[in-house]
Design a protein around this ligand. Structure first.
Ligand code: DC
Length: 222
């Protein structure tokens, strides 16, 4: 039996996870947020006082780090060495750390093994930066979800502010941080974020979440 494997890549804040979660729910299959795994790895480094971009200091942490994801009624819980870190990984510091740690090839190889195993054993919608190109290059279902950097910054700030967080942030500061992350994610040597030639592009800048979900659903090949 062949698996349903749906790959969604794109830059930060484009709406990938909202769309991916909804599509997984409609198809009644698993959703995997791979960004959360990079975030958990970054949190580990930060807690150890290690700069996430420092390969020499990050490598010794890898053998003793266990990152797992659990499905909790369609949402994802992310565990770092057995601790539920799902909320702790949603800070701007961890966002930057995840982008920096994702440059290190050994980190990517470790997380790729976990992600590929999940795709082998489950029907899954997976979102990230290298899912179409590196994690599941053979899937028929490749999507690239994007939006303008201004719109992505606006949405991210709204989301954080709604939780009472980052109320002192300006839109410009958020835009600069997202643009810096885009740059790191798309210019690294190993499995960078790129627009795959065979992916369906969904630009959500002026699109409602519902129509983005519909567009993606209409292109799924089972
Ligand atoms: O999807 P996100 O914004 O939660 O991801 C956080 C960072 O993790 C992102 O800026 C880069 C890194 N990442 C990655 O390198 N590869 C992935 N498949 C997912 C995330």
């Amino acid at each position: 039996m062949s698996r349903i494997n749906i790959a969604i890549d794109g830059p930060a804040g484009a709406g990938k996870s909202t769309i991916a979660r909804a599509v997984a729910k409609r198809l009644d299959i698993l959703y995997l947020d791979t960004g959360a795994m990079y975030r958990a790895m970054a949190l580990k480094a930060l807690r150890k006082g290690v700069s996430p971009g420092n390969r020499g200091e990050v490598l010794p942490l890898l053998p003793d780090t266990e990152i797992t994801a659990k499905n909790d009624g369609g949402a994802q819980l992310t565990f770092l060495d057995g601790e539920d870190v799902s909320r702790l990984i949603r800070t701007q510091e961890v966002s930057k750390g995840a982008s920096d740690i994702g440059v290190i090839p050994e980190v990517r190889v470790k997380l790729a093994e976990l992600q590929r195993a999940i795709a082998r054993e489950n029907d899954v919608v997976m979102d990230g930066r290298d899912i179409c190109t590196y994690i599941m290059p053979d899937t028929k279902n490749k999507f690239y979800v994007t939006a303008s950097v201004e719109e992505r910054a606006r949405r991210r700030l709204l989301e954080l502010n709604a939780r009472g967080e980052y109320l002192d942030y300006t839109l410009e500061k958020m835009r600069d941080e997202i643009a810096a992350r885009d740059h790191t994610d798309s210019t690294r040597d190993f499995a960078p974020l790129t627009l795959p030639p065979d992916a369906i592009v969904i630009d959500t800048t002026r699109m409602s979440v519902e129509s983005a979900i519909e567009t993606l659903m209409n292109h799924i090949r089972l």
